[in-house]
Ligand binder design. Structure first.
Ligand SMILES: [Fe+2]
Length: 295
């Protein structure tokens, strides 16, 4: 009898300790992920792409502002932002402060559903159950104003748009869709074979049907966020969920997507204010270095 009580108490104590660690330390322990992606034509100069995602800004997160501002020291050729910037009506000026000098660099973005609706508290157990298709709609967030700030700074809004830019004398084709998590994606609006030296596709949620569509059109790098890398990972097992159709093993980082194409999923820089904990999954940005394909 005594033993039967002791096990749950021990597990509860362990869980409380992990949650305290994940709240007090790990959610602020930012990491820079590095990855090399062999997708450029032979002889091309390398290109660096800084991937940021899922900042989920609320007021009073100075640790996050200062770390993101410091990323400008990497001097990326392109900044890609795959959405979920804000988690509060007061988040916009903080996002702009955090991005700061990065907004003066070439940049492109797509929204995540958390840019549209304020977060609401949910039963955490729902995340571990199969997706029942239900979505929550909190108060509207001022995404239109943030989007206007991005575009007036020169960043490209890739919501159902394709465009080609020149970086280091390479034609870099960019395309993107709105967020599939709320079924707002319409790939048919941007469908068509790519023609640039390299093509990068953006989608906040890495739904496999979208990634397949990008790859079939010749996009060689797809970039997404949304999964938070699982946010709470089990050492030796990995992410418990991806919150979409992506397999767990692809929850964060670079992985191949068919012949010649790659997927990069950012574990993101923030969390919902209702689940401000990370475990074995620190917040991150990624510096991708695009290099020539190996022959
Ligand atoms: Fe997110």
């Amino acid at each position: 009898m005594r033993r039967a009580v002791a096990v749950p108490l021990g597990a509860a104590a362990l869980g409380a300790a992990a949650a305290t660690y994940g709240w007090a330390y790990e959610r602020k322990a930012f990491q820079l992920r590095l990855a090399e992606v062999p997708i450029l034509p032979a002889g091309a100069p390398s290109l660096t792409v800084l991937h940021i995602s899922d900042m989920h800004f609320t007021p009073n997160q100075p640790w996050k502002v200062s770390w993101i501002r410091s990323l400008d020291e990497l001097e990326p050729d392109l900044v890609v932002n795959t959405g979920d910037n804000i988690a509060s009506r007061r988040g916009n000026p903080i996002v702009l402060d955090a991005l700061g000098p990065l907004l003066d660099r070439p940049g492109a973005f797509v929204p995540g559903s958390n840019d549209w609706f304020a977060p609401v508290g949910k039963n955490p157990a729902r995340y571990l159950l199969p997706d029942d298709g239900r979505r929550t709609y909190g108060d509207p967030l001022p995404w239109g104003e943030l989007r206007a700030s991005f575009t007036s700074a020169g960043w490209l809004d890739l919501t159902h748009r394709r465009t080609t830019i020149s970086l280091r004398d390479l034609k870099v084709e960019l395309g993107g869709v709105s967020d599939a998590h709320y079924k707002a994606d319409h790939y048919d609006r941007i469908a068509g074979a790519v023609s640039g030296d390299v093509a990068i596709g953006l989608s906040h949620t890495p739904e496999p049907r979208l990634l397949d569509a990008f790859a079939a059109d010749g996009f060689s790098l797809m970039m997404s966020g949304h999964t938070h890398g699982g946010q709470l990972r089990v050492p030796g097992y990995g992410a418990l969920i991806t919150n979409c159709g992506l397999p767990r093993w692809r929850a964060r980082g670079l992985s191949p997507w068919g012949p010649g194409a790659w997927l990069h999923v950012s574990a993101g820089l923030g969390t919902s204010p209702y689940a401000p904990v990370r475990f074995a999954c620190p917040p991150e940005a990624t510096l991708l270095t695009l290099v020539p394909r190996s022959e």
